[in-house]
Ligand binder design. Structure first.
Ligand code: GRF
Length: 201
């Protein structure tokens, strides 16, 4: 399966996906990495692995729709069948959502539906939660609101800061994102309303 990865930053989740493919765990191919930020380190990671890495500058497009049409052109050219968001900071518009309905995944660094939006780990930490974690979900028009595929918990320790907590959550992100993508690639996910059924292999 051809996967396109949308990024905006350091790309550690992209790296986890690349590693999972290279070590044979995930039978898929990353056909393009698209960034809305020119100097995103994720682009460099992609290039190091011979993956098509494209910066599409939002400033050159008059609307989200025009921007996403350009993204779509790249994805179609590379025959992308699945989009995964890996630290992509833009909210998706209808162009991408409609073209890839139920074929877009995201990872969020909190146990949704708690702490959607930005700085989720700090939101959770400041709230005083005892258990934090991360969520892989389908993407729909609601912010961090699509059907949940997989979640993993992380215990909050007495001496944690929001940063040490975020680091431990990130370690789990790097595990569950490839696991969830593998389920999608193996056609084992069924969306039933808010629920995602996982079929046995
Ligand atoms: C991760 O914490 C992810 O959960 C969130 O954005 C961050 C991206 O990090 N959506 P990276 O670019 O994958 O290192």
């Amino acid at each position: 399966m051809n996967i396109a990865v949308l990024v905006s930053g350091r790309g550690s989740n992209l790296q986890a996906m690349i590693d999972s493919i290279e070590n044979g765990y995930l039978k898929a191919r990353i056909c393009a990495v698209v960034s809305d930020i020119g100097d995103a380190y994720a682009l460099e990671r992609a290039r190091k692995h011979g993956i098509e890495a494209v910066f599409i500058d939002p400033e050159k497009y008059s609307s989200k729709d025009m921007y996403e049409k350009q993204v779509l052109t790249v994805l179609k050219k590379q025959n992308a069948e699945l989009i995964i968001l890996a630290g992509y900071m833009k909210i998706l518009g209808k162009t991408l959502l409609q073209s890839y309905k139920d074929r877009i995944l995201n990872i969020h660094p909190a146990l949704l539906p708690a702490f959607a939006g930005l700085h989720a780990q700090k939101q959770a930490f400041d709230h005083g939660v005892k258990v934090a974690g991360c969520t892989v979900h389908f993407v729909d028009e609601k912010l961090d609101g699509g059907a949940i595929i997989m979640q993993r918990c992380v215990e909050v320790k007495e001496d944690d800061t929001d940063e040490t907590l975020a680091d431990r959550i990130l370690e789990q992100e790097h595990k569950i994102y490839p696991e969830a993508v593998k389920l999608f690639v193996e056609n084992r996910l069924r969306i039933e309303g808010r629920k995602v059924k996982i079929l046995r292999s």
